[in-house]
Design a protein around this ligand. Structure first.
Ligand SMILES: [Zn+2]
Length: 100
């Protein structure tokens, strides 16, 4: 029985990742495109409110920072729009489109 020639749709766009310094990438979600940056715990020294579960992302915990890719273009505005998510919360949100 022939196997379907399925393409994974969630592979990182490596060229784009390089273009932005390899720090962040663009992900497509049902509600639009997002820039996503994974931060190590060591880089954080304050707590944030996770929009996924409404709990705090504690200082020192590796997590995900996401902001709308189709939002305001200025860096200052993008910074305002950034949201800090627990990694599992962001994954639960984004994996809905992944076909496995
Ligand atoms: Zn959370």
């Amino acid at each position: 029985m022939p196997r379907a020639n399925r393409r994974r749709r969630d592979e990182p766009d490596l060229d784009l990742a390089r273009a932005v310094g390899g720090m962040q990438r663009r992900e497509v979600h049902p509600d639009g495109e997002w820039f996503v940056r994974r931060v190590s715990g060591a880089a954080t020294d304050k707590a944030y409110r996770c929009p996924g579960c409404d709990q705090l992302v504690r200082a020192g915990v590796p997590h995900v920072v996401a902001w709308p890719a189709d939002g305001p273009r200025s860096d200052a505005a993008a910074l305002e729009d950034r949201r800090h998510w627990h990694t599992p919360c962001w994954s639960a949100r984004g994996r809905r489109r992944t076909v496995r």
